[in-house]
Design a protein around this ligand. Sequence first.
Ligand code: 3H9
Length: 655
Amino acid sequence: MSALRFSDTISAALADGILVVTIDNAPVNALSADVRAGLMAALDHAEKDDTVAGVVLTGAGNSFIGGADIKEFGKPPVEPHLPDVISRIEDFGKPVAAAINGVALGGGLEVALACHRRLAAPAAKLGLPEVKLGIVPGAGGTQRLPRLTGIAAAIDMIANGRIVSAAEALKLGIVDGVTKGELIAEAIADAKMTNAASLRRTGSLTVPPEATDAIDKAASDALRKARGQRAPAEAVRLVRLTETVSLSEGLAEERRTFIALRDSEEAAALRHVFFAERAAGKVEGLETVAPRKIETIGIIGTGLMGSGIAVSALNGGYQVIGVEQSTEVAEKGRERITGLLDKAVQSGRLDAAGREDRLGRLTVTADMQQLVQADLVIEAVFDDLTVKTELFQRLDTIVRADAILATNTSYLDPDVIAAATQRPERVVGLHFFSPANIMRLLEVVNCKQTAPDVLATAIALAKRLGKLPVVSGVTEGFIGNRIFSAYRREAEYMVEDGASPQEIDAALEAYGFPMGPFAVFDMAGLEIAWARRKRQAATRDPSERYVVIADRLCEAGRFGQKTGRGWYAYRDGKRTVDPEVTAMIEAARTEKAIVPKSFTPEEIVSRLLKAMVDEGEALLLEGVAARASDIDLVMINGYGFPASKGGPMFAAGRR
Ligand code: 3H9
C-alpha cells in the first residue's frame, strides 16, 4: 500500500494491518501544530478504516519526539492542543504502540506514556526535562509516569529533569521492552497482541508503607537542588497527587500548573537560556568551515587546571599526553588525574571499565618531544607572560607544522603569546574554568590571527568535551573576567558607600546566586587580584575611584577562606562578620569623608546588575562578544548568575 500523508510532517503506511505513523519534523520532531494536527488526522483515519487493527507511532531520523515545540511557547496556542492529542491516543479503541527510535523527551515521552505499549531502541533516551525550562510536564507526564515507575522514581526524574537510557527505562518500567532487532517490526507485532482497554491506569496509586521514606527522600533531595526555583517544587507536588486523586483530576491540576508556569518570568528566562546555548556555538562566517580532525591532545602542566583539562579530554575520547618538568612531577600529575577519575567512580559518574579505558589513553611524561604526536596542545602553566611566550616558542619547534597551540590564560594577551610562534594563525585561546573536568563553560578566544578552521576546530572540540563554547575576542579577562571585574569594582564601591559585605552577599543570594561576591572573593582567595592591582598601580588613572579596603585586608594577611580570614572570619567552615573588617571599612569611609548610606536589597541588586550590563554593552560595542546572549551564558555558567533570571543582559531587559 502506498504511503498516506496526513500533514506536512505526518505520513503513514499500512503494514500487516497496523498503521505505522511517522513523525518527520526535523531537527528533533518537536510537536508543532502541524504534527499535532497530522497525528489527529492519522488517528481519525485509523479509527474509520476497518482494515487498520492498530497503530505504531515512530519518529524519522535520530529522534522519536524531542518534546513540545519550544518556539511556540509565548505565542497564542493553536488547536489541537497536545493534551487532547494524548487523551485521544490513550482512549483510542485500537491498540497504539510507541516505537521509540531515539530521544523521547518532554511532550515526546508524554505521547509514548499514553500509548498502550512502548518499545525502545537501545540508543533511545527518555525523560521529562521540563523543569529545565521552568515548567512542569503539561500533557500528563506527572500523572502517567508515576503510574508506571512509582512515585519516588518519578519525582527523581521529573523534579530533576533527569534523562534515562533505554536500559534504565526498562528497569523502571517506563518501557515494555528494549529491542536490538527490528524496532518497527517488533512494535507492529506488539500492537497486534495488545488489548488497549486492559492497560489504562486511571485510579489513584496505592503506596505501600515501605515506599514512604524513599518518596520523602526523593522529594527533599529534589527541593534542595532546586534552590527556590518554582518548577521542581510544583513537579514534586503534582507527582505526589497521584497518591490521592484520579488520573483525570491529576491531569486537570497539572494543566493549570503548567499554564501558570509557562507564562512566568522564570520560564521566559530559561527558554532564553535554551536558545542562547544553541546559538552560542554558531559563529558568523564559520557556517561552511570544516573543523580539523583532532585525535591526540597534549597538555602542558598537570596541576589543578591541567589535570582537570586532561580528565575532560579523556572523557571526550581523546588520546592525552600530559607534559611536566620532571619525571617526579609527571608521576604526581598522573596521580592527580587518576584521583579525579577515582572520584568520578566513587560518585557513580564513571564505571570501572570507563576508568580503565581512560587510563589506557593517558601518558604523562617529562619528555616534551612526545608532543610531536599531538594534533592540539593546550598549555595550563603559571599565568605569566614570559613563561608562556617562552613555552610557545619552544613548542613551535617541537609540534607538527599543522598542529594547533592553545593557551589557557585567564588574563594575559593571547595575541602576544601567538606572536612568539611562527604559526600565529594556528594559535587559539581555550579558557577553561576550574574545576575543568566539571565546569561546562569554555571561553574560546578568537585571537587576531586565528584561522577560521582553527576556531571551528576549537568549537567542535568544546562540544565533544561536553562543554558550552562561547567565543570571545581578545580583551583583558575576556568576556567573563571583564564583567566580573566590573562587578567586583561596583561591589567594593557600594561597601565604601555604606552597604556591608554581608548585606550585599545576602541580597545577591536572595536573588539566586549560590554565593554573594564577597563570599566568592574569599573562596577564590584575595591575593591574585591584589597582585594584579599592584602590577597595574603604576598605570592606573589617578582620577579613577579606587577602594583600598581589599588591599588593607591583604596587607593584614587576610587572604580569604584558606587563611580563615578575609572579608569574613571563618569558623568551622561558616562565615561570620569580623569586627576588624567592619573597622577597616569604616576607616576607609572616614578617610574619604563618605557619609554611609543604607541600601535596600533591590538597590544592591540593581546597582550590580547595571555594572554588569554596562560592561556587557561595552564588550558588544568593542566586538569582543558577538551577542548579548553569549554574555548571559558566560555569567550563568562561569560565575553563578541564576539561570532562572536568564543572565544579566536578559534580566536587565525585563526590568
Ligand atoms: C515540553 O515538552 C512541554 C510539554 O510537557 C507540555 C506541552 C503541553 N522545540 O540541542 P540541539 C532545536 S517542553 C523546538 O543542538 P542535539 C534547537 O533549538 C520541551 N526546537 O541538538 C536546535 O535548533 P537550531 C521538552 C527544538 O542533537 C535544534 O533543534 N523537551 C526543540 O544536541 C537542534 O538542537 C526538551 O526540553 C524543541 N523541543 O540535542 C528537549 N528541541 O538548529 C529540548 C531542540 O535552529 N531539546 N530544538 O539551533 C534537547 O534537549 C535537545 O535539543 C535534544 C537534541 C536532546 C532533543
